[in-house]
Design a protein around this ligand. Sequence first.
Ligand SMILES: Cc1cc2nc3c(=O)[nH]c(=O)nc-3n(C[C@H](O)[C@H](O)[C@H](O)COP(=O)(O)OP(=O)(O)OC[C@H]3O[C@@H](n4cnc5c(N)ncnc54)[C@H](O)[C@@H]3O)c2cc1C
Length: 458
Amino acid sequence: MSEYDVIIIGAGISGLTTAYLLHKKGYNILVLEKNDSVGGHIKTTHHEGFQLEAGPHSFLGSSEYIWKLIEKLDFESQAIAASSEAKNRYIYRNKKLHPLPLSPFSFLKTPLLSLKAKGRLMIEPFIPNGAKEEETAWDFFQRRFGKEAATYIMSPFVSGVYAGNVEKLGAKAAFPKFWQFENDSGSMIWGAFKYMRAKKKRFNKEGLSSRKGLYSFKQGLGQITKLLGEKLKNNIRKEIDVLHIKKESETYHLHFGDHTIKTKTLVIATPPKEATKLLSSVMADSVKLLNEIPMAPVTLIHWTVPKNIPIPPGFGFLMPKINNKRVLGTLFPSYLFPNRAPDGHILLASFYGGMLDPIACGLSASLLTNLLLQEHKEIFNTDLAQAKILKITRYEQAIPQLLPTHLNIINAIEKELKTCPGIFLAGNYITGVGMEQAVASGFQAAEKTEYYLKKRKP
Ligand SMILES: Cc1cc2nc3c(=O)[nH]c(=O)nc-3n(C[C@H](O)[C@H](O)[C@H](O)COP(=O)(O)OP(=O)(O)OC[C@H]3O[C@@H](n4cnc5c(N)ncnc54)[C@H](O)[C@@H]3O)c2cc1C
């Protein structure tokens, strides 16, 4: 039998979190990772003096599980808040970038929305509660905020988080907090207000500090996955592609290459398609549902322009689909955190592809470069002759799409997993697609595993 209490498949942030928490509690764990490095989508690299993020570029200060992990790693000193410029976020409309309004006065003044749309948005608290379990995100946002605000504000926001199709994503599955606000309070605005007030009260009571805005680490987000990798270095085996799992009585046989490892307790922390492959011989029915979770393809282009190019300071911009441009949005990382670009340069990160334009991901590097330069010349209304492409990163399966049926899928899997004692899942497809949800899934998988191990002990 295995010398390990638990084997974890996948060393993305979900698997690393699970592994670290169990390791810290004294369990003998082993992580098996397909790639030659850990971190999954969270990785920071360096290129010609630029610091590039392979996936996420920041996390929200309100991310409770990420802070819990940082605290456990005693890593607070490495966390950095984004500059005050990060609060400027832009949306493209009528051939211009418009800042998202930050105050009631700027809301009234902004040309981003028509007067009628502003009026419709302001009556949101009085729109009757119509929360439905399987409503799409588009129907939900349109119903609450009106068509214009849904088109120019909510849809690009959805595209920024999911690279998805707002008409296909489920409101409750993909935006559970927003859905709950309406369900509990009858209004998203009023629900959000009540939620923030309750959170503030809880934080005061528990002596927690509430952090606002965006955060990263001094050496980029990859600093945390690198640290987790170092802490677990004797417990990780890289370049191990687990191909399938077989169950014999209460033991799981993990096959890779010519090898097999046996274990009684297993955490699968891979994307859903890989989890399907691994579980196909131990779970008969719901595993097919897991395979049906669509994954948005995304291509990320890091590029740079000299500092004299007039790019407005801020987090970046989002592109409403109605504008007929192919870029989903562009981040301005060097405005957010120090040391992201050498002096005299601005670092930009543009996203192409997604569920509505998967073909863009397959374009050749030269076509993508031409497209990017042509579109951004118009967006920034400036000459980009001095722009330089730094890196193109392509993901065939970047972001899970949580459709209206998603919660039924997860419930069915959880139910069937009861017939496979000792197997637990972690990953960003379970309750949400962000880094916070991935870390949260790691905490939950560690907790369930520990409970199981304690119960199983003679
Ligand atoms: C381009 C992009 C931008 C993003 N931007 C943001 C953002 O701004 N904010 C945010 O919060 N989130 C963002 N995300 C999402 C965030 O990156 C993810 O939520 C998080 O990284 C998911 O972590 P994970 O561990 O669940 O999965 P992954 O990072 O996918 O890790 C899974 C790991 O499992 C390994 N694996 C798979 N199959 C096997 C196998 N058979 N055997 C062994 N190992 C295997 C993989 O190699 C991988 O290392 C972004 C993602 C992408 C792709």
